[in-house]
Design a protein around this ligand. Sequence first.
Ligand code: DLL
Length: 441
Amino acid sequence: MSLLDNQIIFQPIIETASRAEIRAIQLAKLIRQVNWTYARVPWYRQKMDEMGVTPDDIRTLEDVRKLPFTDKQVLRETFPYGLFAVPLTEVVELHSSSGTTGKPVVVGYNQHDMDVWSECIARLACMAGVVPGDRAQMAFGYGMFTGGFGLHYGLQKLGCMVIPAGSGNTERHLQMMEDYGTTVLIATPSYAMHICEVGEKLGFDWEKSQLRVGLFGGEPCPPGLKQEIENRMHIVCTDNYGLTEVMGPGVSGECLAERDMQHIAEDHFLWEVVDPETGEPVPEGEQGELVLTPLDKQAIPVLRYRTHDLTYVVTEKCACGRTHARMKKVRSRSDDMLIIRGTNVFPSQVEDVLAGIEGLTTHYRIQVDNETGLDRMTVLVELKPEAFSDSYAEMNQFKHHIEDKLKQTLLVGVGVKLVEPGGIERSFGKTKHVQDDRVMR
Ligand code: DLL
C-alpha cells in the first residue's frame, strides 16, 4: 500500500485545477487585492504613487513586478496598525512575531482571513495524511506565535479533535499521547525529536503508540532529522511552511508523493523567486529568495513580501494529483549566511556535513566570536551514547575527523567541540542553531 492511498484532497476542485485555471484565478485576485490595498493603505498608495504605478497597470501576473516590495522593516515602522486595511472593530485576532531587535511585527485577521487561514491549514493537513477524526496534539505555543492557533483552527475545520496541550512539559505531552490516543503531533521538528528522546528514556514504546503523523513546521527540517524521527517514532513526518507576515502557517505543505517539496496554496499566494541581491526574477527551477503576495488577505494586505527564505519552485503536476506549484523545502535564508574570515558559510552546510558522520545526534550549535581579532567559528556536536568513549586519544581523533570533514565542505577552518549525549540544550519551539557573538571593531 502506498502512503498516497490514505490521502484525501481537502478542496479537490481548486487543488487539482489546470495551470491555466490557477493563473486565471491568481490574476483576478491579484487585481482585486492591489485595488483593495491601494484604496485602503496610505503607505502603499504613497509608495505606488512615487513609483508611478496604479492598480490599472496590473493586467497580467507578470505585472506584479511593477509593484513595490515589502520587507519586515516596513511592518516595524508602521507598528502596530499602520498597514491595516480594515477598521479595528472588524479585526478578530492579532498575532505577532518577535524579531531579534526592535518592535515586533503585528498582523491582524478579520473573519474572512481566518476562514482562508483554516482552509489552507486543512489542505496541508490532508496532504500529510491527516483525516477527519484524527486526534491532533498541539505542541506549538498558544500565544502571539501563529503556529498554535493557526494549526488549531485548521485541524478543527478538517474535523479533527484538537488536544491543545501547548508547548513545553514534555513528560505531560507523552502522558497525554498515551491517555488520549493521539494520532497526530504538531510541533517543530526539533521539539518532536526531543519528545522522541524523552519518550525513549521513559520506556515509551513508539511502535505501540497510536501516533501516525508528525505535522512539523516553523523551522527547517533537514532530511536526516526527519528520517531519524520517522524511524524512531514509527510515524510519517511532513513539514509545512509559512510566516507571520503573510498569514502564518498555511503557505505551503508537503504531500506524501514528493517528500522534499511543498505545495504552495497558489490560489491564495502569488509566488516569485528573485535574486536576493538584485530583486530580479530567476528562471523557474532556479534557487533564489521567495517573494510572496497574499491574494486573499483583507485585514493586512501585503504586496511582494521578501521572505529571505531560499528555495526554488516547480510547476509540473505532482504524483499526488495536485497541480499547485511546489517549492523546495527551505533550508536556509539569505540573511543567515555567516561570513567567516571572508568565506560564506550557511548553517545548513554544517548540518549536512554533520548528518553524514556516524555517531552524532541531530543536535548541534554554531558559535562565532572574534575575541582574538579574527573570526572564530566553533561547532558543538553531540555524541550518541555509543560513540562516547573514555579514551582521550579516540575522542581527539574523532574531533579532528569532524573538523577535516567540515573544512572540506566549508573551505574554511572551524573548531569542533564534542559534547556528551544530551549535553546540547533542547528547545520547545524553534531551535536557534547559531550564536554570533562577534563585536564590531
Ligand atoms: O514560523 C509560521 C509557522 C508556524 C509555519 C508553524 C509552520 C508551522 P514565523 O515565526 O514568522 O512564522 O517564522 C517564519 O520561519 O520565514 C522561515 O524562515 C521559517 N520557517 C517556517 N516554517 C518553515 C519550514 C512561522 N517548514 C520563518 N521550513 C520563515 C523551513 C521554515 N523554514
